[in-house]
Design a protein. Sequence first.
Length: 402
Amino acid sequence: MDAFAIDWLNLLFRWAHLIVGVGWIGTSFYFIVLDLTLKKRDGQAVGVYGSAWQVHGGGFYNVEKYTVAPDHLPDDLVWYKWEAYLTWVTGFALIVLQYYLNAKAYLIDPKVMPLEVWQAVSISLLSLVAGWLVYHMICKLFLGRSTFILAVCVFIFVVGMSYLFTHVFSGRGALVHVGALIGTMMAFNVFMIIIPNQKKTVASLMVGEKPDPTLGKIGKQRSVHNNYLTLPVLLMMVSGHYPMITNHPHSWLIVALVIVMGGCVRHFLNLHEADQYAAEKSSENYKWVLLVAAITLMAAIVMTAPTTRDYSQAKQVASSEILAIAERHCVSCHAAQPTNEAFEEAPKAVILDTIESWARYSPLIKAQVIDSDVMPLGDENGMTAVERDTIGAWLNEQALKD
């Protein structure tokens, strides 16, 4: 497909992905807080679990929740599902456009595993399907049992999949697949569990039967999972812009830290909201989770700190050496007219065919080539360690001049 057309499709699907994703996550945050702020009040109808008074946009709302379901349902029942479905659909479309159609550049790294395009795409698809099935079995196994043990099992599973991804795909491809796996778990929770269970409840009410309360418990379990996974999945989906994370030799450990960090922050926000509006303040001290989040954040920062290399004893590098390396590894993409079929224009408008442009973009080059090995993209020609050291020595010379 024409690179210009792919760029436009990428932009439009990315825009759509953001729109529906914001809607889905906002809904998840709202209903979790709503559940946590419900109160028993005098005069409530039979079967009402609790209600919450809210103010927004100049108006007041009184929202009630039933323990299972009301005796009769209105005709205008509102369902929350399309945001979740469309978030997954647009996200998968982005994976196809960005990673499947340009697999050699973005998905495959020969230094990690030399794959053919069809092999990489097949592994990607199978991993998402298998990932959902394993997660689903874990949830069924621990339904009604220890929530903590269930959380630990899901954590170990996602981190284990992260480890596998980092040993199959490129750094960037691995972490976006962690995000895709979590996103698939979340979207399929809605599509395969939450909405079908709600429809079964509605069907029971329509024929005058009492709904099975277990259906609601299962749906609640998955809904809470979705809420706690939102913050980690968001970081995974933007990780491709940060090679300090994606190309770290132990990026799967960073994934583990991010999951703990995001889960702790979400837990604090949920309980803080509930405590803020509760009639009696909770005796549980939940602020310790912020300390855990801070520790995991510091650990991630320390892990990703660039290694300082000593180039003081390196020989002086001629401009011609840099341009020769650029010719071999860089200008197929970073040129006024790229020869790489994946690009019609240089990525981020960075052109590296003159020594002046190398000096101009030296901080970016250091981050992408020296501090990490994310570039050259796909590394089809195999930039050597000697070439990277040559670039590093030249960059050091430029920094001393400045």
